[in-house]
Design a protein around this ligand. Structure first.
Ligand SMILES: Cc1cc2nc3c(=O)[nH]c(=O)nc-3n(C[C@H](O)[C@H](O)[C@H](O)COP(=O)(O)OP(=O)(O)OC[C@H]3O[C@@H](n4cnc5c(N)ncnc54)[C@H](O)[C@@H]3O)c2cc1C
Length: 385
């Protein structure tokens, strides 16, 4: 095992760090306050090649893989967690799934615009009454011969109302459970019958739009079925094993941001005539944060390394995601304590870290679901794909 990053990986890391400092950092507080989605950040990410990981160069991919992707995403998410969604929403979600399951025409039509940042991507699985139990979804796509007629609704869709193109999972054979779902590519700008409703009540992730999507007799072209009919559940699980790397990386990055902030504060804040960092109890808190922060980062690297090698990685991905979210929530909680009353003030980022960290316990599979995956693989009840 080699812990050295290659020159190319160091370059990617530095480029993403510079990008985040220059293009994201100046707007964090103002955009948080206004709950504002700054679309041009995605465009600039696309222009720099920050959305084209593991995608063939013929469709505009950047020629690099998972390891480089997580290094870049880590730097971006460390500055502002909301922007960790960009790579999942455009690359690891729709682009990568279309690349895996799509026809040549679908790949040529959709992938280049997703990874150049010209299009905002999304993926819609969850419904108001169907979350962890994906196969219980009700949105129905009826085969009408020359098109699909989609009816139903999706809930909590990241980027839903700003998205140009998204993957929408729907029932195509009622009563068939896992074997009755299919995946569709939906062009939101050119499909009548879709209403997109922004959700403004989120606890955190304020600059990342989230939406409800309602489909009322939405006509989906026949050729927009992605992959085989009724194999949508399996496509969905394949996709989630990729997109949840966004949560794992974002969580590790948030934990690092909270640690870095806390170290700086502990060195600056003086009580009883000494910097608070000199007190053993503060040191113990920082040591715990560091412990989890390092572990979270290396678990992400390990999952990315396995993916790059094409080795089974589902358990490693779930471990990275589950541990990362625990580290992030713990670090954010600790940071708020170390900052004292200033931690409770919106002048400091502790509140944002804590609000944003809590997302990781639910998105892309709740912590319970990841414990289930890890245990089921460990017990031999399911294969480690
Ligand atoms: C900000 C945000 C962005 C999101 N973005 C997207 C998106 O882009 N696309 C998308 O499709 N979805 C998205 N989601 C939805 C998210 O992935 C789901 O909310 C998540 O999968 C959990 O589903 P649920 O909320 O219905 O919880 P439920 O499934 O109802 O779970 C509720 C609780 O019960 C537990 N539970 C459920 N079943 C079991 C079981 N068998 N064993 C043990 N415990 C169980 C869960 O762990 C949880 O604690 C987003 C959500 C949020 C908040």
């Amino acid at each position: 095992m080699n812990f050295d990053l290659t020159d190319e990986q160091k370059m990617v890391q530095e480029m993403a760090r510079n990008f985040a400092e220059k293009e994201i950092a100046p707007y964090v507080e103002q955009d948080e306050e206004n709950h504002f989605y700054r679309r041009e950040i995605l465009t600039k990410m696309g222009e720099l090649g920050l959305l084209g990981w593991s995608i063939p160069e013929e469709y505009g991919g950047n020629g690099m893989g998972w390891m480089e992707a997580v290094l870049a995403l880590y730097e971006i998410a460390k500055v502002h967690t909301s922007w960790r969604l960009s790579i999942s929403g455009n690359c690891w979600g729709p682009a990568m799934t279309i690349n895996q399951y799509g026809t040549k025409e679908q790949k040529e039509k959709y992938i280049p615009k997703l990874i150049s940042g010209e299009h905002v991507g999304s993926f819609a699985i969850t419904e108001a009454n169907s979350g962890s139990d994906v196969a219980s979804m009700k949105t129905f796509a009826q085969d009408k011969g020359d098109h699909w007629l989609m009816n139903g609704s999706k809930m909590w869709i990241s980027g839903g109302h700003v998205s140009d193109v998204g993957l929408v999972y729907a029932v195509t054979e009622k009563g068939a459970g896992h074997n009755g779902l299919s995946c569709f590519i939906v062009d939101f700008n050119n499909t009548p019958g879709i209403t997109r409703i922004p959700i403004h009540t989120k606890v955190g992730m304020w600059t990342a739009p989230t939406s409800e999507l309602v489909f009322e007799n939405a006509v989906i072209p026949k050729e927009n079925l992605l992959g085989p009919l009724n194999k949508g559940f399996f496509i969905c699980m394949w996709q989630l094993n990729n997109t949840r790397m966004g949560c794992a990386t974002g969580a590790a990055a948030l934990s690092a941001a909270a640690l870095e902030g806390s170290v700086q504060y502990a060195n600056e804040r003086t009580q009883f005539g000494k910097p608070i960092g000199k007190y053993q109890m503060i040191q113990a808190q920082l040591a715990e944060m560091k412990l989890e922060d390092e572990a979270a980062k290396y678990l992400v690297y390990r999952a990315a390394w396995l993916k790059d090698k094409g080795l089974p990685n589902q358990q490693a991905t779930s471990i990275a995601k589950l541990f990362g979210c625990q580290a992030a929530v713990h670090a954010a909680n600790m940071a708020m304590k170390i900052y004292g009353s200033y931690g409770y003030s919106t002048e400091y980022p502790c509140g944002r870290w804590l609000r944003d960290a809590k997302q990781f316990e639910t998105l892309e599979g709740t912590s319970n679901m990841h414990m289930q995956i890890i245990a089921n693989i460990e017990l031999g009840y399911q294969p480690n794909r």
